[in-house]
Ligand binder design. Structure first.
Ligand SMILES: *Cc1c(COP(=O)(O)O)cnc(C)c1O
Length: 400
């Protein structure tokens, strides 16, 4: 067996050596929700660091550490691992200490990219409790992706229980509400051995979490995009509409070039006409013109973002007309605002787009629409406003 080293920014935020870790065992998990209720089997026991594990450091220096959060993986306390059996069902999921995983060299995921990622976040409310945002959407999106890649996937209930268990076990890594969030990364991997191109005989579902800072330190800072004419993110009939792990290595080159040229990211066009907007590397795109907000329609090459879906609903509830359709690149010259959406960036206004040798700038109006939608969404995610949509799930931490 080969031991795969996952490289991490070594817990630059916390130093574990200074901790006296006392673990509270067999603590029952409870998941309450404003919208729905998930009760966990009584066998669901777990371990976590308690509040008494707090650092010998002063609260002032802890505060500084939260302030230095970026978007790099941090070694947290626990990961969740669940394996499939012969019939493709998953069982016996467990928390284990955060560390390297073992994988056989002939694993389908290493050789042929049979794997799916998901991404969601947990936010801390001002009162200390923790909120998940639409996690059942991630669960079902992973199932759709798994079906496309000939993989079995955990049930929605298993996914929710696993996410809840993992977040609560790593509870001390959830930043205070104004400092960031806990990024949750579920993976589904074909880890069984294969030699020819064929689905793996075994699969692993794994979750790790890492605290991340807020994207916008000093309010919303618009990003500068460049339209890519040569490299495409997705093609019709391909796997662009699912979070297949292989989708991301292919865009690193275009993104690296864009960054080297001073841009924040790349805006991709459709691969057939090279004319219609697709999305930014890992975020969906929206174009605002008057009271109408347009975004590329799903149905093949666009990743169905949960933030995208939420923004569409919020915008409609605020009286905007939302159109999901082909959006041509020419419309960028005429737009009032452009923004992108994703669970990491929330809603990110676009300050400029470079295309066809020109640079279009936005923001004269102060990104009113982007800001309005961004705060409506983040207020729901962080529990600042009442969640009338029923999107958030409160994790009962009984820490307070
Ligand atoms: C994850 C992802 C998004 C955003 O999806 P959310 O569910 O909103 O986080 C958009 N585009 C791509 C390519 C992605 O991988």
């Amino acid at each position: 067996m080969l031991s795969v080293q996952l490289r991490f920014t070594e817990a630059s935020i916390f130093h574990f050596s200074s901790l006296t870790v006392s673990l509270q065992v067999h603590r029952r998990l409870q998941l309450a929700s404003t919208s729905s209720h998930v009760s966990l089997p009584s066998s669901s026991s777990w371990r976590r660091a308690t509040a008494s594990d707090s650092h010998s450091e002063t609260s002032e220096s802890l505060e500084r550490r939260w302030d230095s959060l970026g978007f790099n993986p941090v070694k947290t306390d626990y990961i969740y691992v669940m394996k499939s059996s012969q019939d493709g069902s998953f069982s016996n999921g467990n928390l284990t200490h955060y560390g390297n995983i073992e994988i056989i060299p002939a694993a389908a995921v290493l050789n042929y990219g049979q794997g799916i990622i998901e991404g969601l976040k947990a936010c801390r409310k001002q009162n200390g409790s923790i909120l998940l945002f639409r996690p059942e959407e991630n669960a079902s999106r992973m199932r759709v992706g798994a079906e496309r890649l000939c993989m079995p996937a955990p049930t929605i209930e298993q996914f929710l229980e696993a996410v809840t268990t993992t977040v609560l076990a790593n509870e001390r890594w959830v930043p205070p509400s104004d400092k960031g969030s806990l990024h949750i990364r579920p993976l589904l991997l074909g880890n069984g051995p294969v030699l020819s191109v064929t689905p793996a005989p075994e699969f692993t579902f794994l979750i790790y979490v890492t605290p991340v800072g807020n994207y916008f330190e000093d309010g919303l800072k618009p990003i500068n995009l460049v339209v890519e004419n040569v490299i495409h993110r997705a093609t019709p009939g391909g796997v662009g509409s699912i979070k297949a792990i292989g989708n991301y290595a292919g865009i690193m080159k275009a993104q690296a070039e864009a960054k080297a040229n001073g841009f924040s990211d790349v805006l991709y066009l459709d691969s057939v006409h090279n004319r219609y907007l697709e999305e930014v590397s890992t975020a969906n795109v929206f174009v605002v013109k008057g009271n109408t907000i347009s975004t590329p329609a799903l149905g093949g090459t666009i990743l169905p973002g949960i933030t995208r879906k939420s923004i569409i609903e919020i915008a409609q509830s605020q009286g905007f007309k939302v159109e999901e359709r082909l959006v041509s690149v020419e419309e960028l010259f005429d737009a009032d605002e452009v923004f992108c959406s994703g669970n990491a960036v929330c809603v990110m206004p676009v300050g400029s787009i470079s295309l066809m040798g020109k640079r279009v700038e936005y923001g004269e109006s102060g990104f009113v629409v982007s800001r309005q939608l961004c705060s409506a969404l983040t207020n729901i995610q962080t529990g600042l406003t009442e969640d009338k949509m029923g999107w958030t799930r409160v994790l009962n931490t009984d820490i307070n």
